[in-house]
Structures are given as C-alpha cells and as structure tokens.
Design a protein around this ligand. Structure first.
Ligand code: DX5
Ligand code: ZN
Length: 220
C-alpha cells in the first residue's frame, strides 16, 4: 500500500491559454500524470470554462490522458462526443445530477472509466447504490465552479469514511481529490492513500512545475 503511485492531475482551468502548448510541454517535463479538464456551463455552476475546441487541442497534443469533470446541465448530450476523443480516459459526473444513472450507463460499457463526483455537502453514503458500476470517486474539497479556493478541512474525515465504505467491497475504486490542494495538502492526502490529486492555481502560480510536482509526490 505504501508504494501506491501518487498521481498528480493539473487542472488546465488555471493554465495560461495564450501559451497552452508550452504549458503542456512543461507539465510533461514536470512528470504530471494526466490533465484534469473542468467543463462548466454557467448553469450547473456559476462559471463558464471551455468545451470541445480546447478538449480537441489537448487531445491532439497527444501526450496526456485526459480526465473530464462535468459541471454542466446536460452532460448526457455531450458524453458520446467527449468519450470519442482517444486521450479521454475518465469522465466524472456529480452524483446528484438527474442524469447520473443514464451517464453511467452510457460510459461504463466503453473503454473510458467513470467517476462519481461528491460535492462538499454530499454524504459518502450516497455512493452505496452505485459501487458496482463506478471506477472512481472524485471528492470535491471546494465548492465546484472556481479555482483558487481554500481546501475544506472536513475532506480528511470524508476520506476516512470513504475508505471504510470501499473496504467493504473487493473492487478497487480510484479516490481523487479536487480543489484547494497545495504541496503540503497533497502529501497528507497521499499519506491517506488517495490515488490522485487535482491541482490548479497553486501549481500554475508556482515558479517551477517540476519542483512543485516533485514536492507533492515525494514523502520527504
Ligand atoms: C473547481 C474545479 C477544480 C479546480 C481546481 O470546480 O473542479 O478542478 O480547477 O483548482 P484549484 O486547485 O485552484 O482549487
Ligand atoms: Zn475539477
């Protein structure tokens, strides 16, 4: 268990879009593991991010798996197109979304893995009916919609509750934490056996992505 890979997923929401290719190349050199791609529509959350043209560009870049986090009103209408991009390896949908079940039914037979997003106020117990079908749990550690917010400390207890729930089943489900993660928090999260952390503003504001990710991943 101690040697579990410590996966870091930069959230491209905080990248400099004037020089996106350079940013991605720098993240490759920094040993980032995959790109987290937040799709927001201004309805499901009070912010608008980006959509297919940017997803297509990162797919064409070709060197990163992409993890898509939906925060839109109609994910079902766009899922088939999203999972048709070769680089998309995971999509995650908020568990309380009215189309959650339909989205899961569409994605799980495909090559793409499927994640359930739990927003900060959503209890761990809401996952119970879906454990058979999901591959990942994305715990939001900030309110969805914006980068640069403060990590919610209650997330640590939530992780413990999630681990207890997952211990009761034999299937391996990936645990991902998203929001407000800096290097010190990432290390705590990895010590709790979290599989991956999403990191936006603190990483993109740092002087060296390489040093930042190294610090996140290395226990010392
Ligand atoms: C927030 C998004 C996050 C965000 C993380 O709704 O889901 O992925 O980009 O950014 P930071 O690390 O700045 O909180
Ligand atoms: Zn996200």
């Amino acid at each position: 268990m101690k040697n579990k890979p410590r996966l870091v997923a930069p959230s491209v929401l905080s990248a400099n879009f004037l020089r996106l290719e350079d940013e991605l190349n720098e993240l490759i050199s920094a040993r980032a593991d995959f790109i987290h791609f937040d799709i927001m529509d201004g309805v499901n959350v009070p912010n608008i991010s980006f959509g297919f043209p940017v997803l297509e560009a990162i797919n064409a870049f070709g060197k990163f798996p992409i993890d898509v986090h939906f925060m839109i009103q109609s994910p079902l209408s766009y899922l088939e197109q999203v999972i048709s991009y070769a680089a998309v390896e995971n999509v995650s949908i908020p568990i309380e979304h009215f189309d959650f079940q339909a989205c899961m039914n569409l994605v799980t037979p495909s090559r793409v893995s499927f994640g359930a997003v739990l927003n900060p106020e959503t209890p761990i117990s809401s996952l119970s009916p879906y454990l058979e079908q999901i591959d990942r749990v994305l715990l939001m550690s900030v309110k969805p919609g914006f980068g640069g917010q403060k990590f919610i400390e209650d997330t640590y207890q939530k992780i413990e509750a999630l681990k207890s729930l997952l211990d009761s089943i034999s299937k391996k489900i990936h645990i991902q934490i998203d929001g407000g993660v800096d290097t010190a928090i990432a290390r705590k999260l990895f010590d709790l056996q979290v599989d991956s952390v999403v990191c936006g503003s603190s990483l993109f504001k740092s002087n060296s992505y390489y040093m930042f990710i190294r610090e996140m991943k290395n226990p010392e």
